[in-house]
Structure formats: structure tokens, C-alpha cells
Design a protein around this ligand. Structure first.
Ligand SMILES: CC(=O)CC(=O)SCCNC(=O)CCNC(=O)[C@H](O)C(C)(C)COP(=O)(O)OP(=O)(O)OC[C@H]1O[C@@H](n2cnc3c(N)ncnc32)[C@H](O)[C@@H]1OP(=O)(O)O
Length: 388
């Protein structure tokens, strides 16, 4: 029933990022690796990214900028502040978009792979936002890039099983644990340095909207798959040197095969005959994990050009912002739909699919229904879980 996003102020142009990155990590002597990194940056289709850590912070912390030097304490100290601060900014916008007060929130679901402390980012978020002390909190740490889907799925169950619940979902990511210098021995991690960006996304979810609430999307059905035999393909290990990524080249292949399976499963639930046309009758909110993955999903499902436009726009402007990215894509789609005067926030269509993926390899999907004013009013009298 409300959506908000926030990005930190430090903005980096992708075109010049290889120069910046090799300079700030004192790695300009690695001439060939720098050229390879510049090529990867160019292939990402990203135009700019936002990072929480400024050049001053990076220069003052050489252990963070080394490839793999003990630095966890300093990294976590930065995350302790950055994750809730950015999350709170997105949450305030989502609550204002919803039109009610922070004190009307009954449940908080927070997700991040950028931190891991107790009391956690959820406690600090509740304090910053002025949520009631009785707010029921759920903190999802290290849920990977599919953490946004996991948080939305959980919010659906909470909203449906607790009459009157209004669930605030906050997904907040800053690269404090994972930003590091380059290594010739781990190109997968270097790919991460070329694509990851910082952002927070927040939504308010609830069942049975009241007359003064406006629902945009219904979370109809959720599913998750762990792809057998891929446990080593997409790995994010938290060690003394922070988070080190392993990203195999075949991630796009595995993810696109799984997405095809899950989407078929979800769309069976819509009683439409014949089956819905994936390009003409379905809108797509896909985690922009990498240009290669979006391309592969598009070709595997034979989607027409432009169907992943909202995901590509988020990728271009912010990079891969991990668990917050699917909320940024929802927000982008809503913005574009409004701009073009379309009937629903889902590009004028009724049915859509939200897709996330991360370590496991885990792929999650949610069947969405975008609501026009007419269908939203009808739902006031039904049970449904709505992003309000
Ligand atoms: C963290 C989470 O929980 C979830 C996530 O979202 S994780 C992120 C998942 N994203 C990915 O894995 C990225 C997917 N890949 C891509 O989008 C694209 O491969 C890319 C944009 C990175 C590069 O584009 P491309 O069309 O593949 O470019 P390509 O010219 O083939 O590759 C550029 C170079 O990078 C290397 N490279 C690319 N991906 C690599 C990988 N995963 N591992 C090692 N090397 C890699 C290539 O070998 C090539 O090297 P050379 O220049 O020496 O030939």
C-alpha cells in the first residue's frame, strides 16, 4: 500500500569507475587486471551506482581496501549505522506513500546481507522510525539477493494470519562488508565489485485495505526453489576480511531454467484460457542481478524487447542492490505506469511475476496482481494481501 526507496549520496559513474577503483585500492600496477575490470564494467550496462562509503572513509581504512585483510570489525561498525539509516529513509517514504503513521505499523520485517549484529538493524530501524515498542520484529540477515522476495513472502503470511496487521518491509544494503581491492585469483568477486550498489527499499503490506488505503499490488502466491547441484555456484562467505563472493559464469543459465519452471507453476493458478502470453499479458519485476542474467531470462522465456525495462532501468541507475532491488523495480514500474496514465501500476496489466535469486542457488517468485482503483475497492471486502 506504500513504496519508498533511498540511496546514499556518493554517486559513482560506471564509465570512470575502473580508474577510481584501482586508484583508491592502490592497484594501478595491475595493468592487465584493470583493463579486464574496465571491460567488465562496460558490459554491465550500468551507468552509475551509489555507495554508502565515501572516498574519505575508504582512504582512512586501508584494511577494507586490501583484497582480503582482517577488517570485519570496522566493516561491521560502518554497517551498524548505514543499514538502519538508509532503511529508515526508504521506510519514511513508504509510510508517507501509504498515508498513515509509523505508529499504525504492527509488524516489521527487515532484511539485509550487509550486517549481522544483535540487537539488530531491526531494533535500530524501529527506534529511528518511532515504531511502537509492541511492534513484532523479524530480522532476516544474510538472505542474499533473494532476501527481498523472502521478506515479501513473510509479510504476506503475517498480514494474512493477523487480522488488522500492517507490515512494514525494509530491505537495506550497503557494500560495507563486500567492497574490497581486486585479486587476479577471484574474478567472480571482481564481477561483484563491478555490479553491486547500495540502496534501500521499503513497502507497507496488509490485508483488507480500509477506505483510506490504496492498494497497488496483491501478493497472490509465492514459491521458492533451491537448484540441486549449484551450492558452489553463487557463494557469499562472511570471513575476517568481510564478505567474499564466488560467482560462476553459469549463474545466468541455472537461474533462467529455474525461473521458467517457477513461472509456469505460478501462472497455472490464473484461470485464463488459453495460457497468458508472457509478453503481452504479464508484467515482470525481476531482480537485476546482472545484465547477463536479465538477457538470459528474456531469451529463455521469449519475452519481447522492453519487457524487463523496469529491471534494466534500475540496473542502469543503481546496479545490483541485492535484497532491495525488487522493491526498486516495483517502484520504477509504478512510476512509469503512472507517467503513462496506465490503468494499473503493473504497466496497465493485471498479472505479474516478481523474481529474486541468490545463494543456494535459490530462486524465488511471487505471483502479483496489479490493482486498478476498481479492483482495489472490490478487494476491500475480500481477504487478500496487498502492498498498500
Ligand atoms: C549476491 C547475491 O546474493 C545474488 C546476486 O545477484 S549475485 C550477482 C549475480 N550476477 C552475476 O553473476 C553476474 C552475471 N553476469 C553478467 O551479468 C555478465 O557476465 C557480465 C555483465 C558480468 C559480463 O558480461 P559478458 O557479456 O559476460 O562479458 P564477457 O566479455 O563474456 O566477460 C568479460 C570478462 O569477464 C569474465 N567474467 C565474466 N563473468 C565472470 C565470472 N562470473 N567469473 C569469472 N570471470 C568472469 C570473462 O571471462 C571475460 O574475461 P576476458 O576479458 O578475460 O575474456
Amino acid at each position: 500500500m506504500g513504496i519508498g526507496k533511498a540511496v546514499p549520496p556518493h554517486e559513482f559513474q560506471q564509465k570512470s569507475f575502473s580508474d577510481y577503483y584501482f586508484e583508491i585500492t592502490n592497484s594501478n600496477h595491475m595493468v592487465d587486471l584493470k583493463a579486464k575490470f574496465a571491460n567488465i564494467c562496460e558490459k554491465t550496462m550500468i551507468e552509475k551506482r551509489h555507495l554508502y562509503m565515501s572516498s574519505e572513509i575508504l582512504r582512512a581504512n586501508p584494511s577494507i581496501m586490501a583484497y582480503n585483510s582482517p577488517s570485519l570489525t570496522r566493516r561491521q561498525e560502518l554497517a551498524d549505522v548505514g543499514v538502519p539509516e538508509l532503511g529508515a529513509e526508504a521506510a519514511r517514504k513508504a509510510i508517507s506513500d501509504w498515508g498513515k503513521q509509523a505508529s499504525d505499523i504492527t509488524h516489521l520485517v527487515a532484511s539485509t546481507s550487509s550486517s549481522g549484529c544483535m540487537p539488530g538493524a531491526d531494533c535500530e530501524l524501529a527506534r529511528l522510525l518511532g515504531l511502537k515498542p509492541s511492534t513484532k520484529r523479524f530480522m532476516l540477515y544474510q538472505t542474499g539477493c533473494h532476501g527481498g522476495c523472502t521478506a515479501l513472502s513473510l509479510s504476506k503470511d503475517l498480514a494474512e494470519n493477523n487480522p488488522g496487521a500492517r507490515v512494514l518491509v525494509v530491505c537495506s544494503e550497503v557494500c560495507t562488508l563486500s567492497l574490497r581491492g581486486p585479486s587476479e585469483s577471484n574474478i567472480g568477486d571482481l564481477v561483484g565489485q563491478a555490479i553491486l550498489g547500495d540502496a534501500a527499499g521499503a513497502v507497507v503490506v496488509g490485508s483488507n485495505p480500509t477506505v483510506d488505503e490504496h492498494a497497488m499490488f496483491e501478493l497472490v502466491l509465492t514459491c521458492q526453489e533451491t537448484i540441486p547441484g549449484t551450492e558452489d555456484a553463487l557463494v557469499s562467505k562472511l570471513r575476517e576480511g568481510g564478505i567474499l563472493y564466488t560467482l560462476h559464469r553459469d549463474i545466468p543459465l541455472h537461474v533462467s531454467n529455474s525461473v521458467e519452471r517457477l513461472v509456469k507453476l505460478l501462472l497455472q493458478e490464473i484461470t485464463m484460457a488459453p495460457e497468458p502470453d508472457l509478453s503481452e499479458e504479464v508484467f515482470w519485476v525481476v531482480h537485476p542481478g546482472g545484465r547477463g542474467i536479465l538477457d538470459r531470462i528474456e531469451s529463455k522465456l521469449e519475452l519481447r524487447d522492453g519487457k524487463l525495462a523496469a529491471s534494466r532501468a534500475v540496473m542502469r541507475q543503481y546496479g545490483n542492490t541485492r535484497c532491495s532491488s525488487v522493491i526498486l523495480v516495483m517502484e520504477e514500474m509504478r512510476r512509469r505506469s503512472e507517467k503513462h496514465g496506465l490503468r494499473t501500476a503493473g504497466e496497465g496489466l493485471d498479472w505479474g511475476v516478481l523474481v529474486g535469486y541468490g545463494p543456494g542457488i535459490t530462486v524465488e517468485a511471487i505471483l502479483l496482481r496489479a490493482l486498478s482503483d476498481k479492483t482495489a475497492t472490490k478487494l476491500n471486502t475480500q481477504v487478500g494481501t496487498l502492498v498498500t
